[in-house]
Design a protein around this ligand. Structure first.
Ligand code: ZN
Length: 347
């Protein structure tokens, strides 16, 4: 694990408190917050960024392009293709600009990137992604250690990024998301108070973000936390200010947390194909929640993802052939689809 940038997430931690049962009300198929009628829940594939930054081998640019193309062909609506960090920090992601240009050439695909600061955002703006995500570590100790910045310094970067976006023609302005990383707990500070999460969400919006996202960087989150934080941010800032969540499956709670997120009304879920980028301290544990299993969960509940299973497994093959030495996780690809299974999305 590298500890040099905030974009690199650590997952070491202590156990967390347990959840309390609540009534289950899931979004209906005609969820009003989703604008694309063919999709109920949007899956944002973060493997090319979060997965690839966490593994040693460097995937060849042409292989990454083929993978992104295959993901888009499967119907994945959004792909986070990389991060605008210096190549010396994350050599695995040095080709991010080229990947943005490639992904933008694919019709209908939303192209997302991570930007750690204004400088990264300026490099990103030169190639025009659809969305830029700036991480802010709610634990200030974590922020200082990994980003070497205080909260106020990060917020100053966000204000600069907003100004840089506003300076561009209206049709060339990417959406700006502030990601509340370590929102559910920190490997250094331990418990992160919820009031701090709410305070940082408000400050990110004031600094010019279009929305914020909850991020379980460390794999600490419980469904109760996911439900409560979402509810309270919605009450404080409105539902449009928070639509998505980024989950890791470090302790096997990823899909329980997805359920809590759906109940609370979130409509975008990050996931990574094959769950690549697993935790080095927990062999066999995946990194992000596994895209293939998430698609199965949602489709089996009657929620359309817009994704075709056969083509999704094709994309997994592209990834596996490019990085045969990297273990891919996922129950659904191993077990196959159940006999007679009929997904919500027409295949
Ligand atoms: Zn992550």
């Amino acid at each position: 694990m590298r500890e040099t940038e905030a974009v690199v997430e650590d997952r070491e931690s202590r156990p967390h408190r347990s959840a309390v049962a609540v009534p289950l009300t899931l979004p209906s198929k005609d969820n009003e917050t989703v604008t694309d009628a063919s999709i109920d829940i949007e899956i944002s594939e973060v493997g090319p960024r979060d997965g690839l930054q966490s593994i040693e081998p460097i995937m060849a640019t042409e292989d990454k392009k083929a993978w992104i193309t295959a993901l888009a062909a499967a119907g994945v609506p959004e792909v986070e293709v990389g991060s605008f960090v210096p190549a010396k920090v994350l050599p695995q992601l040095a080709d991010t600009a080229e990947l943005v240009t490639h992904a933008r050439s694919i019709p209908g695909l939303a192209v997302a990137v991570l930007v750690p600061n204004l400088r990264g955002a300026e490099n990103a703006l030169a190639v025009q992604p659809d969305k830029m995500t700036v991480p802010l570590s709610v634990s200030e100790t974590h922020s200082l250690k990994n980003l070497r910045r205080t909260h106020e310094q990060v917020l100053e970067e966000v204000r600069g990024i907003r100004a840089a976006i506003s300076a561009r023609p209206e049709d060339q302005r990417p959406k700006l998301e502030g990601s509340l990383s370590t929102a559910f707990g920190c490997t250094i500070e331990g418990e992160v108070p919820e009031r701090k999460v709410l305070e940082m969400a408000e400050k990110l919006m004031e600094a010019g973000c279009d929305e914020v996202g909850l991020s379980d960087t460390t794999g600490f989150a419980s469904p109760t936390q996911v439900r409560n934080y979402t509810k309270h941010i919605h009450e404080l800032l409105g539902k449009d200010a928070l639509t998505g969540i980024h989950l890791h499956n470090t302790r096997g709670q990823g899909f329980a947390n997805v359920m809590a997120a759906l109940e609370a009304g979130l409509t975008t879920i990050d996931a990574s194909m094959g769950g690549i980028g697993g935790c080095p301290f927990a062999p066999g544990a995946s990194g992000n929640i596994v895209t293939e299993d998430l698609v199965f969960l949602l489709e089996s509940m009657g929620l359309k993802t817009g994704i075709n299973f056969a083509k999704l497994f094709d994309a997994r093959r592209v990834l596996h052939e490019a990085l045969p030495q990297v273990e891919l996780y996922g129950f659904t690809p191993d077990a196959g689809l159940p006999k007679g299974f009929s997904p919500a999305t027409p295949q």
